[in-house]
Design a protein around this ligand. Structure first.
Ligand code: ADQ
Length: 472
């Protein structure tokens, strides 16, 4: 079997599997089985570029190669271009995007450094899989150094419509870099269609089949691989004795009366203020919910060095305080807001103990919380998933109550339906959702991508070697 080389911004540490989500655990499992190298940032920041060095750690047949970022790189590449330009543009938030020449140069510099560091570590037969928006030009950097390997890229976040994308400086350079990969994977059909439309309408590309585009002298495959979770692992932690005990304890003190749960990184794309406003409406419109229904919102701190993230935190704190002040009582706190990371087994128990899972991002590549909520339920008495139509997961999870997250009354109405849904309907919807979550689990995602990449490698082997060139 050919060695797999994964490149991603952060590298999961196999020594602390428990800290990772189902996805990382399943990916780590497959990597250990097939022999692999995982290359990326180790999360450290050094003051000087001269201090940047590659560290190696071996876990059986899995080798981790990681390096730090210099302070300037962290500022310009990570906070600047990746998280304050690419992230908002890809989530339709042009109003929050900040473009500076320094940040674009920082992004190019770090991608070039990672490509230059990786190149001598590669064998000609390696399959290379690059992940996410941090490393869009990395494949082109490897090609420019002579790599003839099969190189694939997976975009975890949405791909914007062409009219949004063209607002970003250097968009042609970026998309041309994407076209240097043999295979580009997307979460949804909509993302794949947006990419193909851009390449055909703005870059002279031509679709030669549903999933293959010819651009200049290159062929690039663009396919859909919805990310999934390790369903059995998650379902089993949700019903282990520790989880059951936690649910019983919370129920006994009436902390989980009729509980609605939301779990997210505290990101402006996740629609948290809109969600709180919808919860306020469910109390206003349906007064029988007072003292009976609670929203537990768990929001992990994230990217706090980016201004927009500090703003959203303040907005959320103000809103939850406002709702609790207006409606709460000595024995009822309508909104429980928890601003920290929660252990996975506790999280699984909280999903299982909650009657409604409220997943209402304004835009999301996939959203694994929706799938985790489904996997954690008791199939004999499951809760109800409410899902934003703008989450990638909604393309498949149609048996959820699908809502428009911008419409507070619509979301409140869906909550009211969920709260009162008869058991038979809950079981039917959950059974259908579980089948879909299981069909598209983490292993199916990974194997689907790697099989497609190997096929592209075959195409590459049959092609004229001159067509491997990528214009820089
Ligand atoms: P994220 O934007 O991080 O991922 P998501 O898919 O929801 O979003 O995954 C979040 C993960 O973090 C889940 O596994 C969740 O359980 C965990 N998590 C969130 N809050 C937590 C907390 N307080 N404590 C512990 N764990 C917590 C990006 C894209 C998504 C895409 C994924 C995977 O933005 O659209 O689904 O990558 O491709």
């Amino acid at each position: 079997m050919r060695r797999l080389v994964i490149v991603s911004n952060r590298v999961a540490n196999p020594a602390c599997d428990q800290a990772h989500g189902g996805l990382a655990v399943c990916v780590l499992d497959s990597l250990r089985k097939r022999g692999a190298m995982w290359f990326g940032w180790n999360g450290a920041i050094v003051t000087d570029e001269a201090e940047i060095d590659v560290a190696t750690a071996k876990f059986g047949d899995l080798t981790l190669m990681t390096m730090p970022l210099a302070e300037r790189d962290y500022r310009e590449y990570y906070l600047g271009f990746a998280n304050a330009a690419l992230w908002p543009v890809h989530h339709n938030r042009l109003d929050l995007a900040c473009f500076t020449q320094e940040n674009i140069e920082g992004y190019r510099r770090v991608n070039d450094r990672f490509a230059g560091t990786l190149m001598p570590l590669l064998a000609p037969s390696d399959l290379i899989w690059v992940h996410d928006y941090h490393f869009i030009p990395l494949g082109a950097g490897l090609r420019a150094r002579g790599a003839a390997n099969s190189i694939g890229f997976f975009l975890h976040i949405p791909f914007p419509t062409p009219d949004v994308l063209v607002a970003m400086p250097e968009h042609e350079w970026l998309i041309n870099s994407l076209c240097g990969y043999d295979l580009v994977g997307f979460q949804t059909k909509t993302d794949q269609a947006n990419f193909c439309r851009f390449v055909c309408d703005f870059m002279g590309g031509e679709m030669i089949s549903d999933e293959v585009i010819r651009v200049a002298d290159k062929l690039v495959s663009a396919s859909v691989f919805p990310v999934g979770i390790d369903v059995d692992a998650f379902a089993s932690i949700a019903k282990n004795p520790k989880a059951t005990k936690l649910i019983q304890r919370l129920r006994s003190v009436r902390e989980l009366r009729m509980n609605v749960i939301g779990v997210d990184r505290l990101d402006y794309t996740k629609g948290l203020p809109d969600r709180l406003r919808a919860f306020k409406r469910v109390i206003e419109l349906y007064p029988q919910n007072r003292r009976a229904v609670t929203l537990m919102q768990i929001a992990t701190p994230t990217r706090e060095d980016v201004r927009a993230y500090a703003d959203i935190r303040h907005e959320l704190e103000a809103l939850s305080g406002e709702i609790n002040g207006e409606f709460g009582d000595f024995d009822w706190t309508p909104v429980r807001y928890i601003h920290r990371r929660i252990a996975r087994d506790t999280l699984a128990a909280l999903y299982r103990g909650s009657h409604v899972g409220l997943v209402t991002p304004l835009r999301d590549g996939m959203n694994l919380v929706a799938k985790e909520y489904v996997a954690a339920q008791d199939e004999g008495n499951p809760g109800v998933l409410i899902l934003s139509r703008f989450a990638g997961a909604a393309e498949d999870l149609q048996e959820a109550l699908i809502v428009n997250p911008y419409d507070a009354d619509e979301v409140a109405h869906a909550m009211q339906i969920a709260i009162n849904m008869p058991l038979a309907e809950r079981i039917e919807r959950h059974g259908a959702l579980m089948a879909r979550v299981r069909q598209q689990d983490a292993c199916a995602w990974m194997e689907g991508f790697l099989d497609a990449l190997a096929d592209c490698g075959q195409r590459r082997a049959n092609m004229d070697p001159r067509s491997f060139c990528v214009r820089s």
